[in-house]
Design a protein around this ligand. Sequence first.
Ligand code: ADP
Ligand code: MG
Length: 106
Amino acid sequence: MPGLDHRVSGALVPDLLQVVREALSNAARHADATTVRITSGTDAGRLHLAVAADGAGFDTARVSTGRGLANIAERVEAMGGRLELVSATGEGTRVELDVPLQEDLP
Ligand SMILES: Nc1ncnc2c1ncn2[C@@H]1O[C@H](COP(=O)(O)OP(=O)(O)O)[C@@H](O)[C@H]1O
Ligand SMILES: [Mg+2]
């Protein structure tokens, strides 16, 4: 996304990278995914990021959260953001987050 790196504070980068890494790892390990789409953008002072993978998916009401998904939730909360996890058996998984952009402190 052109220019996105100028708008995302360096302070958010470790958390954002780890969220994407975990979502990709889950797509590879649990979903047998063939396609993963990562989208990002900014709007009204917020960063929107989504990692959507096809493949197995899972029933979010029945599968208990492991360390990976718990860690994603903790990081999004630490960034003051909102998280949405959408998945269904056979229909893939989308991890979507929205976090406020912060200015880098001098
Ligand atoms: N993309 C995915 N596709 C299918 N199942 C998933 C996906 N992501 C997570 N899951 C399910 O949710 C469970 C918990 O995931 P997670 O918290 O990352 O722990 P872990 O990856 O260590 O098992 C997984 O064991 C798996 O059953
Ligand atoms: Mg995992």
